[in-house]
Design a protein around this ligand. Structure first.
Ligand code: NOJ
Length: 535
C-alpha cells in the first residue's frame, strides 16, 4: 500500500448542529455544544466531524437557506465559537468539515434582495430569472421543486419567474455568472483561512442547469404515492456536464491549502456518480455513495451493489460509504436494532471512507413526530407520505436524564426526544461491553490499528442467501468479514481449496471473540464476525 491521504484512513462523523448538544439552554444545539462533544468523538475514535450549516439563515430549511455564508447564526453562536471549536478539534486530532451550500441562498440574502429589486439590478444575473412562457403565461418550463410544487416562483415586482430547486425561499444562484463563481469560491477561502479541513458540497448535482432550460421528460416508473418531484426525470435540471468545470474550480481553491477534503452530496446512479471524481481526479475526492440507504437490506442485493460500485471506480478513485444522514430514515429504523449492529460492521469494514450519522452509534432510531411538532417544510408541503425529515433529526441521546442530556431538563428541545432514550444513550452504553456504542468504538479502534481494514484491498467471497463475506488484506495481514443479514443461522464456507483458519478478533456478539475458526464460519442470526486469517 502506498501513501494514503487522511480521509482514506479516516472516518467521518456527521453532526446536525441543531440536534447535537445545546449549551445555551434554548432547546437548539449550538457550536459550543459541539465543542463540548468533541472529547466524546475523540474517545469514540472518529477522525473528522462534518457539521451541517450553522450560518445566518431564516431557517426555512433549517440552515440550508443561507443568508450570509461567512458568519454564524446567533442561535449557534459566534465566529469566535467557531474558532474555539476548530482549535479544540485540532488539539484532539480531529478534522473539521463544513457544509458548503453553493447552489442556492436564502431569499433574504442581500444578493437576492438586490437581484429581485429590479431587472436592471447589477445582481439580476446572479440568480435565474426568466420571462413567463409566452404560450401559457405560466412558468418558463415544467421543472419541479424537490420539496413540492413548481420550481419557478413569479415575482410580481419585476414580472419574471425565478428558479429554485428547493423551496421558493431558496433561490438558485447562477453559476454561469463569473461574479457569482468568484463570490462563492471566496466563501471556501474564508473558511479555509479559519482552519476548515474540507467541505461537503450541498446539492452538487443541481449546481448547473441546462442553458436552454428544456422541459424535463416524464418519469415512466413514477408512483403517485411517492415524492411529486419524481414525476419527472430531472435530465435538464441536474447532473449537467458543465458542473465539472465548477467543481474543478472548487478543487483548485482547496488544493492551494494542502490536504483538504472535498465531498460532494450526490444522489446519482453509480455510473453517473463516479464521473464526479473528475478527469484525472480533479473533481471531488468523495462523491457521496448513498446507495446503501434505499437498498433492500438483502445480502445478495448488497453484494451486487459493492461489486458494481468497486468495478465502476476510476483509476485512483477512493470509495466511500454512507448509511444514513439528516435527510433519510435512520439505519436502526430501516433494518431493526439487531441488524443495525451488522450494518455498523459492514460500514466500518468496507473499502472506503465511512460516514457515521450522529446517534446511529448509540442505536438511535426515527422518532415519531406528533402533528403539532412537525418542523420540516417538506412534510408540511407534502404531508403524510413519509417524506418529512424530522424523525431522523431528533436530539442526540447523551444520558438517561430528562431531555437526554441534550438540553437542560427545563428547556423545550426543538424536536421530541425518543422515549427509549433512557436505554439508548452515551452514558448508559459507554461501559456496557454488549452495547452498540461499544461495538462502534471497538470497530473504529480495530480499523485505526489495522491498515488492512481501511486502506487494504477488498475481495468478495462467494456466498449465498443471507451471507455476505469479503476479504480485506494489507500490510501482510488478511481479514475475513463474515456477515449474516438474516434472522436464521447461516454457514459460510470457503469456495474451494484451503479452509479458513484464523481467529475471531471482533464480533457483533462479544461472546465469540477469540474463538478459533477452522474451516467454515457459522453465523448466528444477525451476527457479524471479523476473522484474522492465519498467513
Ligand atoms: C441537501 C441537504 O442535505 C438537505 O437537508 C437540504 O434540504 C437540501 N440539500 C437543500 O439545501
Amino acid at each position: 500500500m502506498g501513501e494514503s491521504r487522511w480521509w482514506e484512513r479516516g472516518v467521518v462523523y456527521h453532526v446536525y448542529p441543531r440536534s447535537f448538544k445545546d449549551s445555551s439552554g434554548d432547546g437548539v444545539g449550538d457550536l459550543r455544544g459541539i465543542t463540548e462533544g468533541l472529547g466524546y468523538l475523540s474517545w469514540l475514535g472518529v477522525d473528522a466531524v462534518w457539521i451541517s450549516p450553522f450560518y445566518p439563515s431564516p431557517m426555512k430549511d433549517f440552515g440550508y437557506d443561507v443568508s450570509d455564508h461567512e458568519d454564524v447564526h446567533p442561535t449557534f453562536g459566534t465566529l469566535e465559537d467557531f474558532d474555539a471549536l476548530v482549535a479544540e478539534a485540532h488539539r484532539l486530532g480531529l478534522k473539521v468539515i463544513l457544509d458548503y451550500v453553493p447552489n442556492h441562498t436564502s431569499d433574504r440574502h442581500p444578493w437576492f434582495e438586490e437581484s429581485r429589486s429590479s431587472r436592471q439590478s447589477p445582481r439580476r444575473d446572479w440568480y435565474l430569472w426568466r420571462d413567463p412562457d409566452p404560450r401559457t403565461g405560466g412558468p418558463p418550463n415544467n421543472w419541479l421543486a424537490s420539496f413540492g410544487g413548481p420550481a419557478w416562483t413569479y415575482d410580481e415586482g419585476t414580472g419574471q419567474y425565478y428558479y429554485h430547486a428547493y423551496l421558493p425561499e431558496q433561490p438558485d444562484l447562477n453559476w454561469r455568472n463569473r461574479e457569482v463563481r468568484e463570490a462563492m469560491l471566496g466563501v471556501l477561502r474564508f473558511w479555509l483561512d479559519r482552519g476548515a479541513d474540507g467541505f461537503r458540497v450541498d446539492a452538487l448535482r443541481q449546481l448547473l442547469k441546462d442553458d436552454r432550460f428544456r422541459d424535463n421528460p416524464p418519469n415512466p416508473s413514477y408512483r403517485t404515492e411517492g415524492s411529486p418531484y419524481d414525476a419527472l426525470l430531472p435530465a435538464y435540471s441536474t447532473d449537467r456536464p458543465e458542473v465539472h468545470e465548477a467543481i474543478r474550480r472548487m478543487r483548485g481553491v482547496l488544493d492551494g491549502y494542502g490536504e483538504r477534503l472535498l465531498i460532494g452530496e450526490l444522489y446519482l446512479p453509480i455510473d453517473r456518480l463516479v464521473a464526479y471524481y473528475g478527469e484525472g481526479g480533479t473533481g471531488v475526492h468523495l462523491p457521496t455513495n448513498m446507495h446503501l440507504i434505499p437498498i433492500p437490506w438483502n445480502a445478495r442485493e448488497i453484494a451486487s451493489l459493492i461489486e458494481r460500485y468497486e468495478a465502476a471506480l476510476p483509476e485512483g478513485a477512493w470509495p466511500n460509504w454512507v448509511l444514513g444522514n439528516h435527510d433519510r430514515s435512520r439505519i436502526a429504523s430501516r433494518v431493526g436494532a439487531a441488524q443495525a449492529r451488522v450494518a455498523a460492521m459492514l460500514l466500518l469494514t468496507l473499502r472506503g471512507t465511512p460516514t457515521i450519522y450522529y446517534g446511529d452509534e448509540v442505536g438511535m432510531h426515527d422518532v415519531p413526530i406528533p402533528p403539532t411538532k412537525i418542523r420540516d417544510p417538506w412534510e408540511k408541503n407534502v404531508p403524510g407520505r413519509g417524506l418529512g425529515r424530522d424523525p431522523e433529526r431528533t436530539p442526540m441521546q447523551w444520558s438517561p436524564e430528562t431531555n437526554a442530556g441534550f438540553c437542560p431538563a427545563d428547556a423545550e428541545p426543538w424536536l421530541p426526544i425518543a422515549e427509549d432514550h433512557d436505554r439508548n444513550n452515551v452514558s448508559t452504553e459507554r461501559d456496557d461491553p454488549a452495547s452498540i456504542l461499544t461495538l462502534h468504538r471497538r470497530l473504529l479502534a480495530l480499523r485505526r490499528a489495522t491498515p488492512a481494514l481501511s486502506t487494504g484491498s477488498y475481495a468478495p467471497v462467494p456466498a449465498t442467501g443471507d451471507g455476505l463475506a469479503y476479504l480485506r488484506e494489507g500490510d501482510g495481514r488478511r481479514y475475513l468479514v463474515a456477515l449474516n443479514l438474516g434472522r436464521d443461522p447461516h454457514e459460510l464456507a470457503p469456495d474451494a481449496g484451503s479452509p479458513w483458519r484464523g481467529r475471531i478478533v471482533l464480533s457483533t456478539h462479544p461472546d465469540r471473540e477469540g474463538e478459533i475458526l477452522d474451516g467454515k464460519a457459522g453465523l448466528r442470526p444477525d451476527e457479524g464476525l471479523i476473522i484474522e486469517l492465519h498467513p
